[in-house]
Write a protein that binds this ligand. Structure first.
Ligand code: ASP
Length: 581
């Protein structure tokens, strides 16, 4: 006997008269004295079962026992519902199953929450994730995830990319995060690092002649968990040989469009818009601006040079935003707090109220020319930042994002994809003051700037690019260094000596000496991408078994202490402070 011959979401009016067997979960049970109604659910939908004691006395007996989430098998006849019982909100709402035989296949304890219940504490949802997965939100999200990835795989396959598996257990690669370590029983005291990305291996596939590599790769990074971060996550990892930047961008746009199409959605128009990093920083104060709204930063450094208002007069950069609202004092005080979080000392402003009158504690210090430059429409507020360039960008970028959200400036119907190009190659490490990479140390420099790598690192632009969607960074990539001399120069300018470079990346330097083709690639964060496709606020909602902010898995209770004997075999002694044990 088979468990079922159709699914719970499949039956329609045309099926009336058929005898069918269904299996699924009891979504609800309503006992109407004699008649018992059960909504039977599986992944495809619900069918209403009617158990009538006159028609099926044995089934009716069994039906009294049914509780939510029992697994049932029901056999009977599909019948049309009476006209006043038709449920137009349900695809199966025109029919019901008059049950003849009913079987309880599996029972359920009373539930910690109801399947599909909203606003359940997330720890509880994750502790009983199997119940949570049964509900409509996770069913939808994981299926959407599957469909989007399937679309991407088909596109990559069509473009001739080969899926190559690269090791999870490897040597630390510098993607800028801490490594998770794996001890090795056969070599006590030695550790593998879990791959922060397949970066070096994918480069080696190109030196190995694979021409076009891709993988939906799992990556591990020991970072604080946030809305868009998990210890382990997946990325569409791509690498291609003899490729220019345009070739890589083209492949990624194809993959993004393919996932929209797989979901039956209108894909974003191609080519995606582009901005240089410098322009994005100047106009939006961000390397991942949300372009669904304007609110661009304007420059006032020239106008305010020598200003009587000391904060402006002495600043390296003075820039402003014109917010489309005449803010109250209380609102401005809150905005000042936001500005301070981003590094501002205070927040200077000019409010132009609805009648055109200007309210501002600084107006009396400003010259006619300055006031003319800042004149704006009634019902607006000019918000200033004056400091060094990077701080001004950060503050106004932070305010812009905040205002975009608070004033709901973004058009929710719009999909703003954007490439950010021409990042700087190096930045100063705030802790050590040394030059460090902006993306990773294998990123190529702009053609013709090779001589600047050591002479003037701060002036080098990289061949890196980021993909941004509605203000979220989806991923990044670059054309790589394929010349070992250039690679050494990059290491040197970051203070990585020959010995250290050999110890860490000797295999890459060797490979670069044995016929390395020009190559480049990209990695797109699948979890973020799918969370945005699903309209979810964080990536935990699109991952089957995620961890929570403390770094634990509420379902299994991991991570857990290990027995002394196990640790001894691995050559490990723990030195956890008692209050953390
Ligand atoms: N390996 C980089 C990352 O995981 C992406 C890349 O450059 O391809 O972020």
């Amino acid at each position: 006997m088979s468990w079922r011959d159709t699914t719970c979401g499949a039956l329609r009016a045309a099926d009336a008269g058929r005898r069918v067997t269904l299996a699924g979960w009891a979504d609800t049970r309503r006992d109407h004295g004699g008649l018992v109604f059960v909504d039977l659910r599986d992944y495809s939908g619900l069918t209403q079962l009617v158990i009538n004691p006159e028609r099926a006395p044995e089934a009716a007996e069994i039906a009294h026992d049914i509780r939510n989430e029992f697994v049932l098998q029901a056999e009977g006849e599909v019948v049309l519902r009476a006209p006043d019982a038709v449920n137009p909100n349900l695809p199966t709402g025109e029919i019901e199953l008059q049950v003849d035989t009913l079987r309880i296949v599996s029972r359920s304890e009373p539930l910690p929450f109801q399947v599909g219940e909203e606003n359940v504490d997330e720890n509880l949802r994750l502790r009983y994730r199997w119940l949570d997965l049964r509900g409509p939100r996770m069913q939808r999200n994981l299926r959407l995830r599957h469909t989007a990835i399937a679309g991407i795989r088909r596109a990559m396959d069509g473009l001739g990319f080969v899926d190559v598996w690269t090791p999870s257990m490897t040597k630390g690669t510098p993607e800028g995060a801490r490594d998770f370590l794996v001890p090795v029983r056969l070599q006590p005291g030695r550790f593998f690092a879990l791959a922060q990305s397949p970066q070096l291996f994918k480069q080696l596939t190109q030196i190995g002649g694979f021409y076009r590599y891709y993988q939906i790769a799992t990556c591990w990074r020991d970072e604080d968990l946030r809305a868009d971060r998990q210890f382990e996550f997946r990325q569409l990892d791509v690498e291609m040989s003899f490729a220019q930047r345009e070739d890589v961008l083209d492949v990624l746009e194809t993959a993004v469009v393919a996932s929209f199409e797989a979901l039956g959605r209108e894909p974003p128009a191609r080519p995606f818009p582009r901005l240089s990093w410098h322009e994005a920083d100047a106009r939006y104060g961000s390397d991942k601006p949300d372009l669904r709204f304007g609110l661009e930063i304007q420059d006032a450094t020239e106008v305010t040079r020598g200003s009587e208002f000391g904060v402006f007069g002495g600043a390296e950069a003075v820039r402003f935003l014109v917010a489309p609202r005449a803010f109250s004092r209380a609102e401005l005080a809150r905005l000042e707090e936001v500005a301070k979080e981003w590094g501002a000392k205070g927040l200077a402003y000019l409010v132009t109220d609805e009648s055109g009158e200007v309210r501002s504690p600084i107006a009396k210090f400003l010259s006619e020319a300055e006031l003319a430059a800042f004149r704006s429409e009634p019902g607006t507020t000019v918000l200033f930042a004056a400091a060094d360039g990077p701080t001004v960008s950060r503050v106004l970028g932070g305010l812009r994002t905040h205002l975009g959200r608070e004033l709901e400036l973004a058009d929710p119907e719009q999909q703003a994809f954007l490439w950010i190009l021409d990042f700087p190659l190096f930045e100063r490490d705030p802790d050590t003051g040394r030059w460090t990479f902006v993306h990773h140390p294998f990123t190529g420099v702009h053609e013709g700037q090779e001589h600047l790598i050591e002479a003037d690192p701060g002036a080098c632009l990289s061949q890196a690019y980021d993909l941004v969607w509605n203000g979220w960074e989806l991923g990044s990539g670059s054309i790589r260094i394929h010349d070992q001399e250039v690679q050494r120069a990059v290491f040197r300018s970051m203070g990585i000596g020959e010995e250290e470079a050999r110890a860490k990346f000797g295999f890459l330097l060797d490979a670069l000496q044995m016929g390395a083709p020009p190559h480049g690639g990209f990695a797109l964060g699948i979890d973020r991408f799918v969370a945005l496709l699903a309209g979810e606020p964080d990536i935990r909602q699109v991952i089957a078994f995620p961890k929570v902010a403390s770094g634990s898995d509420p379902l299994t209770g991991a991570p857990t202490p290990m027995p002394e004997t196990t640790l001894r075999d691995l050559g490990i002694r723990t030195i956890v402070p008692e209050d953390q044990a």
